[in-house]
Structure formats: structure tokens, C-alpha cells
Write a protein that binds this ligand. Structure first.
Ligand code: PLP
Ligand code: COI
Length: 351
């Protein structure tokens, strides 16, 4: 176990995924015996046979959610049942065993209670929980694994991006993230593996992130590397928050879903619809689109300052974070950190 000084220093370093807490949860499954009891063990390496299925055929899924320090010193999770349900759906898509919502949440509670000192105290900081599951049958036959291992680790997090200002995005017309019937709706490692070459192309263009378009017409905006997207049309009280519709190829983000509600709570209109590359281009050029932001658990709400593609570069507004982006971010963080009333019963108290 890390001593107090080390833990304090590691939490203060912030960032995303730099240090891990003292413990982890593991839970084994086999076709023969079903789920075993979860075990809380010291964080550390695991040993696997080189012929373990996951190394060869990528039968793996994961989730991401955060535990937030509350004003009274307690700790709460944000909508963990949503992550539990999405994890079960991802499991079904990847032919992995499903775990009940209650049992999934119980593993989170166990680790948070054990490592509660790792939950940071400042607003905008949290303990990022990473549950994951992979195929552990040994053998090279391509078949659904008859054994799996569920694991849960946790890492103190502040910002996902190293920058505090707006990010730039590269609209990828070369690579495709997901097609209908594929795994776009599932949170499986393979989706991210296949995205890395496009992320590299984005970096080569000087951009922070890649934006995916649809696989069929190659013109509809879907989402970003690890985030969903929102476009703000209009200004002030008349603004509408528009996000790409869930067509079956996007990851149904929990932050995305929450913002549809938060926008209404704040008096804005919100809409789920199809948005094309041309809509983006012309909307920004005409000034109809005033702000663009990305949203996700890790990224929270991150303003998108400029978009680059084979068709040119389009700057959102003056390229700086916009007021509605800031307001939505502050409101969501307020609910998560317990300083704004939780009208929708989203917070799940752990401690
Ligand atoms: N889209 C992708 C591809 C993601 O990896 C994530 C991150 O989880 C999201 C969207 C946002 O989802 P959520 O808000 O549930 O974190
Ligand atoms: C999250 O926001 O939880 C994600 O999983 C995004 C990314 C780090 C993969």
C-alpha cells in the first residue's frame, strides 16, 4: 500500500490514468460454474498464458465512470446503473457473460470503500473507475471463450486533455469507426484499437482528436474518439443544443444523455438529429452554430475550437470556449459534486 505522502502527491499530479489505487476487484466466470464471488485484492500485475483468447481475438469490454467527493466528505457515483446496463449490453455483443446491475455496482462500492482516501477533494477531480472483462480461455480456436475474468481498477483523475482550452478535431474521411451490425454501440477495446491509426492521422494534422462520420453515406457526423458531440445553435436563451442521433453505430454516452436533460432544466431546447459535414461547415460559417463541445465521462465537457478535414478548417465562433458550454459543464459538475440539487436522482451514494 502506498503511504499517505505518495498518495497525496499522486492525486495532486492529476491527469488521467497516471496512478492507480491500492486495491482492485477480480471476479472469475466459467461456463461450467458461472460467476464466482468477487475478490478484493492488492492492485498488481496478473499472469496469463500466452495463448489466452483475449490476446488473439480481442474478446474484451470495459466501462468508465467516476466517484465524486461530496460537500460533507462523502462519495457518490453518477448514474452507475447506466454503466452497469451498458456493460451488460457490451458483454452480450462480445459473447461474454452478463453480470447483474446490482452485482456490478457492488464491486464499485467495495473498491471505493476500501480505497476511499484516493477520491480527490476538488471540483473537477474524481476517482475514475475502470471495470473491464476479457476472455481467459486458453487456446487458439476462434470461439466464444468458456472462461472470463472481470476486473475493476481505479485511478484519480482531473482533466483528460493536457490543454485547458478548446481542442481541435480532425474529421476522418479515410477511416470508419463503425457500421450497422458492427460493434459501434458496444464499449469494446477493439473499437479503440481500430481508431488509433485515425488518431495518429489527427495528430499529424496538429489535431487533438478524431471525429468519425458514418460508414454508408460518409457524410453524417457520429462522434469523437472517446466522446459524443454537441452543437449549440443560436445564442442565449434561444439556443438549441443539438447532438447526433443514436443510429446504432454510436456509443450511447451517459454524459450525452444527461445533457439532453440538463439543457432542458436550464431552459434550452435540445434535439437529437442527423448532422452532416456540410451542416457543420455552413453552420459555423454562417454563425448559426455558435459553440461545439465534446462530452464523456473522462472528457467531461470539452469545447471544440476548430475542425480540420480534407475540405478545409472551420473555426467555431472565435475559437474560444463558449458561454453555454461553460454553463452546462458547471451545472453537470455541480450535480456530480453535490453542490446543485440532484433533481433526477442521478447520484448514487457510496459513503
Ligand atoms: N463515445 C465513445 C466512443 C466513448 O468511448 C465514450 C466514453 O465513454 C463516450 C462516447 C462517452 O460516453 P460516456 O458519457 O458514457 O462516458
Ligand atoms: C470514458 O470517458 O470513460 C472513456 O472510456 C473514454 C476514453 C478514455 C476511452
Amino acid at each position: 500500500m502506498k503511504d499517505d505522502a505518495t498518495r497525496t502527491a499522486q492525486i495532486a499530479e492529476g491527469g488521467f490514468g497516471r496512478h492507480y489505487t491500492d486495491h482492485m476487484v477480480t471476479r472469475e466466470w466459467s461456463e461450467k460454474d458461472g460467476w464466482q464471488e468477487p475478490e478484493l485484492v492488492p492492485y498488481g500485475p496478473i499472469t496469463l498464458d500466452p495463448a489466452t483468447a483475449v490476446f488473439h481475438y480481442a474478446q474484451e469490454i470495459f466501462e468508465g465512470m467516476k466517484a465524486y467527493r461530496q460537500p460533507d466528505g462523502g462519495v457518490s457515483l453518477f448514474r452507475p446503473e447506466q454503466n452497469a446496463q451498458r456493460f451488460a449490453k457490451s458483454a452480450a455483443r462480445l459473447a461474454l457473460p452478463e453480470m447483474s446491475v446490482e452485482e456490478f455496482i457492488e464491486t464499485l462500492e467495495t473498491l471505493i470503500k476500501q480505497d476511499s482516501k484516493w477520491v480527490p477533494n476538488n471540483v473537477g477531480e474524481s476517482l475514475y473507475m475502470r471495470p473491464f472483462m476479457f476472455a481467459t480461455e486458453v487456446g487458439l480456436g476462434v470461439r466464444p471463450s468458456n472462461k472470463a475474468l472481470y476486473m475493476l481498477i481505479a485511478t484519480p483523475a482531473s482533466g483528460y486533455f493536457s490543454t485547458n482550452t478548446a481542442v481541435s478535431v480532425w474529421i476522418s474521411t479515410e477511416y470508419v469507426r463503425a457500421a450497422l451490425g458492427g460493434t459501434g454501440e458496444a464499449k469494446c477495446g477493439g473499437n479503440y484499437a481500430a481508431s488509433l491509426v485515425a488518431q495518429k492521422a489527427a495528430a499529424k494534422q496538429g489535431c487533438d482528436q478524431v471525429v468519425w462520420i458514418d460508414a454508408v453515406e460518409r457524410k453524417w457526423i457520429e462522434e469523437m474518439g472517446g466522446m459524443n458531440l454537441y452543437f449549440v445553435k443560436g445564442k442565449g436563451a434561444d439556443a438549441t443544443l443539438v447532438t447526433p442521433k443514436l443510429t446504432g453505430t454510436l456509443l450511447p454516452g451517459i454524459t450525452r444523455d444527461s445533457i439532453l436533460t440538463v439543457a432542458k432544466d436550464l431552459g434550452y431546447k435540445s434535439e437529437e438529429t442527423m448532422i452532416s459535414i456540410d451542416d457543420w461547415h455552413h453552420g459555423v460559417e454562417s454563425g448559426e452554430i455558435t459553440e461545439i463541445f465534446a462530452c464523456g465521462t473522462a472528457a467531461v465537457i470539452t469545447p471544440v475550437g476548430s475542425a480540420k478535414s480534407a475540405m478545409g478548417t472551420w473555426v467555431t465562433g472565435d475559437g474560444e470556449p463558449g458561454p453555454i458550454t461553460g454553463q452546462i459543464r458547471a451545472h453537470l459538475l455541480g450535480i456530480q459534486h453535490g453542490t446543485i440539487a440532484d433533481k433526477h436522482g442521478w447520484m448514487h451514494r457510496v459513503l
